[in-house]
Design a protein around this ligand. Structure first.
Ligand code: IPM
Ligand code: MG
Length: 352
């Protein structure tokens, strides 16, 4: 099984290194790694944020473990050369349309949430974010209005088939979680009171629901969802939403469980091939200082074992080791502690 390792920019290489140590410690038979340049690091080395060689490794791989992209040195570049284009390009080229972003409260971190502990304790949700459509990939540009002003535009659009395939993933996710004691509830988040895109989204989700009579489907406007996520996050099981709303709500959910440094993600195609990445970015302000929390990346590696490599028992081992390390006080600065990236990696390895 081939794993593409794409560390990228900022803290990416540091957090990927810790995930790699954890994977190595599991001594899984037949895992091989190929490393590729991506993001600002790739631009600086070869002039493009997503070089053809990297895309080729990603295509050949069974799964991709991704660090982060984003580099202030590249802020002035044209959009198609910016580091972020690397992750957007990988998602699009590999049709990684289903982004799973779990947010679950580790009891050990109850005091780290900005929410009251009794409110935060109830968080165990999964955001299913559509990842290859929406305003991210619609027509975009800069033009002049009739009176000579500059005008930027980004078209928001979704086709029926794009909504249907992410709806199926979301309903199946709700069913799978129900078996593990969840509620089998799906909340579809949109802005159907204003947007045509959202009206279609809602209609197609309702049509798809006919195939999943056991799942309880509700709908919520995105502004209300943002409010409910801090008011009573325990009400949510699975949330399905579009690319832009999912981007925003998943950052919000991450802070509710203590730190964005904790949230892992999987981006899947329709055959279970996936890219796995922490949802935090490259954090250039702390890059190279051995300060970043590697747990989101380590938990992303666990998701990789579960979803792409069919090794759920090994995934469980990693997650249990992270919980044990947290219980033993492994905290970086993001969680009010003082442990370094490597020390947190050490703690997870010891727990393993
Ligand atoms: C994310 C990030 C990306 C996104 C950026 C880096 C393009 O914020 O994965 O959530 O907006 O999707
Ligand atoms: Mg984001």
């Amino acid at each position: 099984m081939l794993i593409a390792l794409l560390p990228g920019d900022g803290i990416g290489p540091e957090v990927i290194a810790q995930a790699r140590r954890v994977l190595d410690a599991l001594a899984i038979d037949g895992l091989v790694y190929e490393e590729g340049l991506v993001g600002g690091a790739a631009y600086k080395a070869v002039g493009h944020p997503l070089p053809a060689e990297t895309l080729d490794i990603a295509r050949r791989a069974d799964a991709i473990l991704f660090g982060a992209v984003g580099d202030p040195d590249c802020d002035a570049l044209e959009r198609h050369l910016r580091p972020e284009q690397a992750i957007l390009g990988l998602r699009k080229e590999l049709t990684l349309f289903a982004n799973l972003r779990p947010a679950k409260m580790f009891p050990e971190l109850a005091d780290a949430s900005t929410l009251r502990p009794e409110v935060a304790a109830a968080i165990d949700l999964m955001i299913v974010r559509e990842l290859t459509g929406d305003v991210y990939f619609g027509e975009k540009g800069m033009r002049k209005t009739a009176d000579g002003q500059r005008e930027g535009y980004d078209v928001m659009c979704y086709s029926e088939s794009e909504v249907r395939r992410i709806a199926h993933v979301a309903f199946r996710t709700a069913q799978a979680r129900a078996k593990n004691g969840g509620g089998g509830k799906l909340c579809s988040v949109d802005k159907a009171n204003v947007l045509e895109t959202s009206q279609l989204w809602r209609d197609v989700v309702i049509e798809t629901a006919a195939e999943y009579p056991d799942v309880t489907l509700t709908h919520m406007y995105v502004d209300n969802a943002a409010m409910q996520l801090v008011r009573n996050p325990g009400q949510f099981d699975v949330i399905v939403t579009g690319n832009l709303f999912g981007d925003i709500l998943s950052d919000q959910a991450s802070m509710c469980v203590g730190s964005i440094g904790m949230l892992a993600s999987a981006s899947l195609d329709s055959n279970g091939k996936g890219l796995y990445e922490p949802i935090h970015g490259s954090a250039p302000d702390i890059a190279g200082q051995n300060k970043a929390n590697p747990l989101a990346t380590i938990l992303s590696a666990a998701m990789m074992l579960r979803y792409s490599l069919n090794l759920p028992a090994q995934a469980d081992r990693i997650e249990a080791a992270v919980a044990k390390a947290l219980a033993g006080g492994a905290r970086g600065a993001d969680l009010g502690g003082s442990m370094s990236t490597v020390q947190i990696g050490d703690a997870v390895l010891a727990a393993l």
